[in-house]
Design a protein around this ligand. Structure first.
Ligand code: FMN
Length: 332
């Protein structure tokens, strides 16, 4: 049976422009925000309005909070509780040294009692669906992971997302999806799986595997904002068979409702730039454009050359000029 698709929380990527882009291709079931600093949120940081912008589909957005201080995280959760959203997520998976040094991210996984107390406190301040995104843990120890997650569930967490790598692995080795299935078997709450989804076929296969309650994709969804729509098309074709009618199909033909070959990459890039200019503050424009094109260019020939040329630009208008020039010079 097909399960919900989730867009992963990704710093500088999981914002309104990307959601708008994905929605334009048919959407995704839930969109995590990029991690939001609980401290900055509570003290009213300058850019918080942008992190809290849940358009165009607030009811399908999950806020992700980052922090090392339980009282601050609970205060931030209480604040978010009043906003329309699908839920609140706590980041216990980020392994960037700048984050773990402060005791945040995957550092929560080093101490079951500390994490349990955090959940109890946060749970007392919000009735929203509360989830945690995490890794295998400090080491490759499934029993520890299971014990950790059972404690979280016991304190009131409603869903876990597992990115099955250890804290130290960053993106090394492959994601161990077998841990997702085992964790799901051992927990009384739903488990979403995340990691290394490379394309729509793999997304659909994970969804239909019966081994997780939701599938989350990150980097591949930046490279292919249509990935969720394409995966649903694959699922529908599998259900109806090659001869079956696809409800989304124009004119009742045999083609699936979504054909990735028809995506206009130049237009998609331009649309992203337009959304970025409209919905993000100027201070964010270049960093967000670089992040996005760092993945999106992988659809193209000479990706490395193009990324370097785009990264050299100092304005969004310059990025647009380089992007358009690439397609003029490479019409194929
Ligand atoms: C640029 C970037 C930023 C990320 N930021 C976050 C974040 O803010 N919070 C989080 O929990 N994980 C973050 N992650 C991890 C992703 O959510 C996800 O777990 C990871 O990329 C593996 O999924 P994927 O292989 O589908 O990309 C980030 C990953 C990337 C590449």
């Amino acid at each position: 049976m097909a399960v919900p698709f989730l867009l992963a929380p990704m710093a500088e990527l999981s914002h309104r422009p990307l959601r708008e882009l994905i929605e334009g291709f048919g959407g995704c079931d839930e969109y995590f925000t990029e991690m939001i600093s609980s401290g900055a949120l509570i003290s009213g940081g300058r850019f918080e309005a942008f992190y809290l912008d849940t358009a165009p589909c607030p009811e399908r957005v999950v806020f992700q909070l980052l922090g090392s201080d339980a009282a601050q995280l609970a205060g931030a959760a209480e604040f978010l509780d009043r906003l329309p959203c699908a839920g609140i997520d706590l980041n216990m998976g980020c392994s960037a040294p700048a984050i773990t040094r402060t005791g945040a991210g995957v550092r929560w996984m080093a101490d079951i009692d500390r994490a349990g107390e955090l959940i109890r406190l946060v749970r007392s301040r919000t009735r929203r669906r509360l989830s945690v995104k995490l890794r295998i843990g400090p080491g490759d120890n499934f029993d520890y992971l299971l014990e950790f997650c059972r404690r979280l569930a016991g304190e009131g967490v409603d869903r876990i997302t597992l990115h099955p790598r250890t804290a130290r692995e960053k993106f090394r080795r492959r994601a161990r999806w077998e841990y997702v299935a085992r964790l799901r078997e051992g927990l009384p709450i739903p488990v979403a799986g995340n990691g290394d989804i490379a394309g729509a076929a793999e997304l659909a296969a994970r969804s239909g595997s019966g081994t997780c309650d939701a599938v989350m994709a990150g980097r591949a969804a930046v490279r292919m904002p249509w990935i969720f729509a394409e995966a649903r098309s694959i699922e529908r074709r599998a259900e109806t068979g090659p001869e079956g009618a696809d409800p989304l199909m124009a004119g009742g033909g045999r083609e699936p409702g979504f054909a990735p070959g028809k995506v206009n990459l130049e237009e998609t890039g331009l649309r992203f730039l337009e959304l970025l200019a409209r919905h993000q503050p100027p201070e964010f424009h270049l960093s967000r454009a670089r992040r996005f094109f760092g993945y999106f260019c992988d659809n193209l020939k000479w990706a490395h050359y193009l990324k370097t040329a785009l990264n050299r630009e100092r304005t969004l208008a310059g990025v647009e000029r380089v992007w358009r020039a690439y397609f003029r010079e490479n019409p194929e």
